[in-house]
Ligand binder design. Structure first.
Ligand code: BGC
Length: 676
């Protein structure tokens, strides 16, 4: 039969009819696959593909990294937009922007002809030392879920599958292929599951990546309870599970993963080789019914992304457009965090400056991500010095001598290299490299108007110099437009509004994961002894002063909070309560505040954190402008996970509602009562 005739014949089959219900199409295609073809579909080909079944017109299902831009090859032959690192996007506290990002990156996925994006990475930032902190969103489960849902919705609006990763408790790179994360059910429920669950239930994520590590002794890729019970049965996940690349190398058997619900083994056949599949099947280790269920899930996603549909009927792709580049800049501008600003040294007034010294190892360095799944190849990248030069052209002289300068900008920070902020290894040090510390200390003596701009992706120690410098900016790895974004912040074109999605500790041992070797890095096991007391939940409850708290970020203007109101003081059952507050811009610049709402359970039968984030709103205000903002709270926001009864529970009693500008800057508060 010629190719054309086969195509015509195939096009008459029911599964090719896009007007049919998707479940009918899946069943029709499934029944046409023979056992060998089903085996074949379950293991990857050439690193980024699920294999084609040409007899039935099933094309290769193609997937690519990663969280900050589509990367197709390892040499950069195919370029794509380099968006700011995930932690920077999270620092925007802006779900709408995350959705726009998801949509844009999906357009780039479509444009390279692929079907799935291996992102977002939504593991909780448990320790500042994790090599992938920059690649994850936050330490807080509420912020994590709001942003995860937004990204997944954006990506999938283009009929591209999002693959949320890494499920679960892959919170460090040290021993990531073997370590067992020893964790309580309460911590899983309250902290680590949250974003995964919401991405499945609220955004219908079409794929999930099982992590390398074990959870309480069982590898994620063969964890039946985790995958079948929790993810599929309890949360109602309808997509497919894909292993992290090589995550099945260490699992016990072929059947353990099949029975657990792992559909696709990547990157190439290992446990799911035809020989092993055939043997395990013949020995009765798994049934065809179970295999069908796994394959059905992959077919479902193939239909969802339009693998069998006419390409013209699908959302069109685009790549490296000025819109995407502008979006990358916007995310960087909203994600940059002004950590400190004494004497209102910032923003810089270009009219009053003659000479600016621009120094430091990151001033003239590209940040583009060069390691692991975040590697990408943008068509260009604006470095800090490029942005500043362009701004100052013909107006201010750029020099490298702090002594002669009106202002000195030091671009310090880390690099995208193993042992710093990169996949595969945790950070070797919590400090800046010592030559940078020396540079900062020396420069501040030469010029009191020295501003430190940090380019990095995770908390670092600043003890040796923080009190000496008047201003510090956390600029993260800000994507291909980073230099322009930083310049706009420095010169006040953009008023900073980013807020830290992670606590910056004064010293590492203050961090909840760093109380002992057992809690980090562990050995065969790493014990999550801190339980639910992750991030600010630990710092606030244990009364440990952080260097910069969760939610912190300054503005060039000032905001005041007034008029706390609740529509009722007591609620019962599933009633909702509306909390409102007025926010006023009492400074001189237009600006955006991220108003944060935390709850505090006054008395409870189990220990609860002093504060838990349960709402946030970004609000833009002109000078003297006032706006009333509203939050809705429900029973679920007051609940904790009751381990004794294995369910979520809200206990009767009083709750404080704390509203403010960071977890440590509560400006106004009130009280409600839950009557049960
Ligand atoms: C990473 C994943 C990534 C995959 C494919 C793994 O090493 O952990 O995040 O998607 O490789 O590159």
């Amino acid at each position: 039969m010629s190719k054309e005739t086969r195509k015509t014949e195939l096009s008459k089959l029911p599964f090719m009819d896009s007007s049919l219900d998707i479940e009918k199409r899946i069943e029709d295609l499934l029944k046409r696959l023979n056992l060998y073809e089903k085996f074949k579909l379950c293991a990857g080909r050439r690193v980024w593909y699920a294999p084609p079944i040409r007899r039935l017109g099933i094309k290769s299902f193609e997937m690519h990294d990663g969280p900050h831009g589509v990367r197709v090859d390892t040499e950069g032959k195919i370029q794509s937009t380099y968006f700011p690192s995930t932690i920077c996007r999270a620092a925007t506290w802006n779900p709408e922007l995350s959705k726009e990002f998801g949509l844009a990156i999906a357009q780039e996925v479509r444009d390279v002809g692929a079907h799935m994006l291996l992102a977002p990475g939504i593991n909780i930032q448990r320790t500042p030392m994790c090599g992938r902190t920059f690649e994850y969103q936050t330490e807080d489960p509420y912020l994590n879920k709001k942003l995860a849902v937004a990204v997944v919705e954006g990506v999938q609006s283009q009929r591209i599958a999002a693959c949320i990763k890494h499920f679960i408790c892959n919170n460090q790179e040290t021993n990531r292929f073997t370590v067992s994360s020893e964790i309580s059910e309460r911590a899983l429920q309250e902290i680590y599951y949250s974003a995964f669950k919401a991405a499945v239930q609220d955004a219908d994520a079409w794929s999930i990546m099982s992590s390398y590590n074990k959870i309480n002794g069982i590898y994620a890729s063969e964890h039946k309870h985790l995958l079948r019970e929790v993810l599929m049965n309890k949360w109602g996940f309808r997509g497919f599970v894909v292993s992290d690349w090589g995550a099945t190398r260490a699992t016990t058997s072929t059947e353990s993963s099949i029975n657990a619900g792992l559909t696709l083994e990547m990157p190439t056949p290992n446990k799911y080789s035809l020989t092993k599949m055939k043997q395990a099947f013949e020995e009765g280790k798994f049934t065809e019914e179970v295999l069908n269920e796994n394959v059905r899930r992959l077919l479902r996603v193939m239909f969802l992304v339009g693998l069998f549909d006419d390409e013209d009927s699908l959302p069109q792709g685009s790549r490296n457009t000025s819109e995407h580049q502008l979006l990358a800049r916007k995310i960087a501008e909203e994600g940059i965090v002004l950590l400190k600003n004494e004497r209102n040294i910032l923003p810089l007034n270009i009219e009053k400056l003659k000479k600016i010294a621009v120094i430091g190892p990151n001033a003239n360095k590209k940040t583009f991500l060069g390691a692991g799944s975040s590697t990408n190849f943008p068509p260009y990248e604006i470095k800090p010095i490029d942005g500043i030069r362009e701004k100052c052209k013909g107006r201010v002289e750029i020099i490298d001598s702090p002594v002669e300068a009106d202002v000195t900008l030091i671009f310090a920070g880390l690099k995208h290299e193993r042992g710093m902020d990169a996949e595969g290894e945790d950070k070797k040090s919590f400090n800046l490299p010592s030559n940078q510390i020396e540079l900062i200390s020396k420069t501040i003596k030469e010029n009191p108007n020295t501003i430190v701009i940090l380019i990095n992706g995770s908390p670092i120690s600043m003890n040796e110099w923080i009190n000496k410098v008047p201003a510090v900016i956390e600029a993260w790895y800000g994507g291909m437009e980073s230099g322009n974004a930083i310049t706009n912040i420095l010169f006040g074109e953009i008023n900073p509004s980013g807020k830290l999605p992670i606590t910056f500790p004064k010293k590492l041992s203050d961090s909840p994961a760093h109380v002992s070797e057992r809690t980090y890095p562990g050995d065969e096991k790493v014990f999550y002894d801190e339980g639910i007391f992750v991030g600010y939940r630990h710092f606030d409850t244990r009364n440990i002063e952080p260097l910069f708290p969760f939610g912190h970020g300054l503005s060039y203007t000032k905001f005041s909070y007034e008029n706390f109101k609740v529509n009722k003081e007591k609620i019962s059952g599933d009633e909702t309560i509306i909390v409102s507050v007025d926010v006023i811009n009492s400074g001189e610049y237009s600006g955006t505040e991220v108003v944060q709402l935390y709850i505090q359970d006054v008395e409870c039968s189990v220990e609860r954190p002093l504060k838990e984030l349960k709402g946030f709103k970004r609000i833009k205000l002109k000078p003297n402008e006032r706006k009333t903002i509203k939050f809705e709270l429900k029973k679920e926001d007051l609940s904790f996970f009751d381990e004794k009864n294995n369910c979520w529970k809200a206990e009767k009693g009083l709750f404080n509602i704390l509203i403010g500008s960071s977890s440590r800057d509560i400006r106004i508060q009130g009280e409600i009562e839950y009557l049960g």
